[in-house]
Design a protein around this ligand. Structure first.
Ligand SMILES: Cc1cc2nc3c(=O)[nH]c(=O)nc-3n(C[C@H](O)[C@H](O)[C@H](O)COP(=O)(O)O)c2cc1C
Length: 215
């Protein structure tokens, strides 16, 4: 075993920092809110960053990247991106996706799986208009996920859009929000002796079924 791997292994604690998984209760959305609030209170770094995984149906190839969760509203999880990006193209053909939160200081992982659709244009407009001007111009300048020959090309496009929109920056139609409607939640809480808790909520027959999984 390499030295750094050994050091890493030795640094893993005995998973005794988290609370009891029973605090999740009977509703996974309340459970999410409880854990999310605790991640914020615990000053978890980038608490709203989650790993979004999608599948390219033609290649049958999953791919993952981090996005920021912007809101949980009406039992849906909302994030914003470029609709023409790699993830956007995956979703346009296969709307099944998962988001995953890892809150290490609390020794928690939360998996959420479901179906993704676009939020309304009004909702995307509202969020876009709340962003700083640089981010708004960036949404125009970046052809997200496409090959960029040189960084200068991106800077040049940014300057062009800066001149084109001297005041109000409209939202590009290819940029907006997605909402993930969950059918599966799994709350993972590290516990001593590797006897971790896994609590699942699965939506079946119009109701949430709750059960535990072996760690
Ligand atoms: C902490 C963090 C937050 C990010 N948030 C977003 C986001 O909210 N939306 C987004 O499109 N990309 C975000 N990114 C960049 C993505 O991870 C990714 O590089 C980009 O969306 C292109 O992904 P794709 O080519 O797979 O579509 C974030 C990256 C990091 C590290």
């Amino acid at each position: 075993m390499s030295e750094w791997l050994k050091q890493l292994r030795d640094s893993h604690s005995d998973f005794d920092r988290g609370g009891l998984i029973e605090s999740i209760g009977e509703n996974p959305f309340n459970g999410f809110s409880i854990w999310f609030d605790e991640a914020i209170v615990n000053k978890e770094l980038e608490a709203n960053a989650c790993v979004l995984s999608t599948i390219n149906p033609l290649l049958n190839q999953p791919s993952s990247r981090v996005v920021y969760l912007k809101e949980m509203k009406d039992e849906k999880f909302i994030f914003f991106t470029n609709y023409l990006s790699h993830k956007g193209q995956d979703i346009s053909v296969n709307p099944k996706a998962s988001i995953l939160f890892f809150w290490p200081s609390l020794q928690r992982q939360l998996r959420i799986e479901g179906t993704v659709s676009k939020v309304s244009a009004e909702e995307s407009d509202a969020y876009f208009s709340s962003r700083p001007r640089e981010s708004q111009l960036g949404a125009w300048a970046s052809h997200q996920s496409e090959i960029l020959e040189k960084r200068d090309d991106l800077i040049k496009r940014l300057e062009e859009f800066d001149l084109k929109f001297p005041e109000f920056v409209p939202r590009p139609s290819h940029w907006g929000g997605y909402e993930l409607e969950p059918t599966y939640f799994e709350f993972w809480q590290g516990r001593p002796s590797r006897l971790h808790d896994r609590l699942v909520f699965e939506y079946e027959g119009n109701q949430w079924k709750k059960y535990r999984k072996n760690p």
